[in-house]
Ligand binder design. Structure first.
Ligand SMILES: NC(=O)c1ccc[n+]([C@@H]2O[C@H](COP(=O)([O-])OP(=O)(O)OC[C@H]3O[C@@H](n4cnc5c(N)ncnc54)[C@H](O)[C@@H]3O)[C@@H](O)[C@H]2O)c1
Ligand SMILES: O=c1ccn([C@@H]2O[C@H](COP(=O)(O)OP(=O)(O)O[C@H]3O[C@H](CO)[C@H](O)[C@H](O)[C@H]3O)[C@@H](O)[C@H]2O)c(=O)[nH]1
Length: 359
């Protein structure tokens, strides 16, 4: 019989990529999602239950009916400036709802838990790259709401049979290179999304939030990880727990930082579109630089990333959007796409998609 797992937030961007990989790996998946930001169309495997984590009665019913062997918990709110403006909403949706979920796990004896945490728990680190033992001093309510969730999980694990893997994601981007899944960039505020939207002529410009950070070019530095690699880390984490592995907290990044200016430059180069860039004030709650020391996850889980570079992240993001809506205004740099395609066969599908587009 297949192992049955619950995936909260499985209709969302990252969760849906994980659900697809879990399905391919032979798991029986039940997704629980209120579809506030996710979409039923993104659930390519298993059963989707539309429900809210705040609805504890419903959640108990789902747990009682299905008898899960593990829970993967993605559902959350995750926009840093929004968390500064509406902190209570973030503590409710992220921290309180994690507590609801843990109570169900406790009552129904579910003892394997994988949690989506974030680099935001490190706040403004004194040194980069950060290791898992770098002090956690989040500087915004989003990061604090996730760190509090981490503590709930740790404390419950110490008092029960539950073992967990907490994955601290750095900045996630990209889309399935097979063109089956991606993130709709509409209403998304992340840098890669904003820059791609500008390249796709959906917004007139990209703002750089802060040019006076203590970084080489004055703009914020982040460690960008491809969503497919992040998804495979979850499958590895589940197998690790199934094999009896002890609880772990692991960074998910590549250990390489890119500034805002560098990201914008790559989006322009790959799309072939030179959109306007405006220098603006810093955004509240933004740290200058956060990059991962990513050694522990490979050692503990045997994780092997396959899409480890910024160009692939930008490429797959653009290719997904182009595939969704045939956008004639986009002038993909055809020569460059074909060249990269020859150099790196993994990109063949993406280049093929881009090649079909009108210049
Ligand atoms: N995207 C990133 O760069 C990033 C970085 C670090 C951590 N994370 C974490 O990864 C997880 C997934 O993020 P994502 O980028 O896929 O976001 P997303 O918004 O696409 O996915 C979140 C999903 O959770 C669902 N959801 C939200 N609140 C819910 C509730 N109360 N009940 C049921 N479902 C609910 C949404 O409908 C959505 O499908 C989040 O926990 C987030 O904090 C994301
Ligand atoms: O239009 C934009 C958007 C972003 N930025 C800058 O680009 C960098 C990255 O910002 P994002 O909004 O893309 O991502 P964040 O680093 O704010 O946060 C993201 O990654 C974090 C982990 O590092 C959290 O997990 C969080 O969920 C997720 O939103 C920051 O310096 C930001 O100021 C711009 O200059 N212009």
């Amino acid at each position: 019989m297949k192992t049955k797992v619950l995936v909260t937030g499985g209709a969302g961007y990252i969760g849906s990529h994980v659900v697809r990989q879990l399905g391919e790996a032979g798991y029986d998946v039940v997704v629980y999602d209120n579809c506030s930001t996710g979409s039923p169309k993104a659930v390519l495997h298993g059963e989707l239950i539309i429900g809210d984590l705040a609805d504890t009665d419903r959640l108990y019913q789902v747990f009682a009916k299905h008898r899960f062997s593990a829970v993967l918990h993605f559902a959350a709110s995750l926009i840093v400036p929004e968390s500064v403006a509406h902190p209570l909403d973030y503590y409710s949706n992220n921290t309180r709802n994690t507590l609801n979920l843990l109570r169900c796990c406790h009552v129904l004896d579910v003892n394997q838990f994988i949690f989506s945490s974030t680099a935001a728990v490190y706040g403004e680190p004194e040194e980069n790259p950060v290791t898992e033992s770098t002090p956690t001093l989040p500087i915004n309510p989003y990061g604090r709401s996730k760190l509090m969730s981490e503590w709930l999980i740790q404390d419950h694990s110490l008092a029960s049979r539950m073992r967990y893997v907490t994955l601290r994601y750095f900045n996630v981007g990209g889309a399935d290179p097979g063109g089956r899944l991606g993130q709709s960039l509409r209403n998304v505020t992340h840098l890669i999304a904003a820059a791609c939207n500008a390249a796709l002529k959906r917004q007139s410009e990209v703002k750089i939030f802060g040019t006076d950070f203590p970084t080489p070019d004055g703009t914020g530095i982040r460690d960008y990880i491809h969503v497919e690699d992040l998804a495979s880390a979850h499958v590895d984490a589940l197998r690790y727990l199934e094999a009896g592995g002890e609880s772990q907290t692991l960074n998910c990044g590549y250990g390489k930082g890119y500034s805002v200016r560098q990201v914008i430059e790559r989006v322009k180069a790959i799309s072939g579109v030179d959109f306007p860039v405006i220098e603006a004030e810093r955004r509240p709650g933004d740290p200058a630089c956060v990059t991962a020391c990513a050694e522990k996850i490979s050692q503990v889980l045997g994780w092997q990333p396959q899409y480890n570079d910024l160009d692939t992240i930008v490429y797959t993001t653009l290719a997904w959007e182009m595939q969704q809506e045939n956008l004639p205004s986009v002038t993909g740099n055809r020569q460059k796409l074909v060249l990269i395609n020859k150099e790196r066969p993994v990109r063949s599908k993406i280049a093929e998609i881009a090649y079909r587009l009108p210049q």
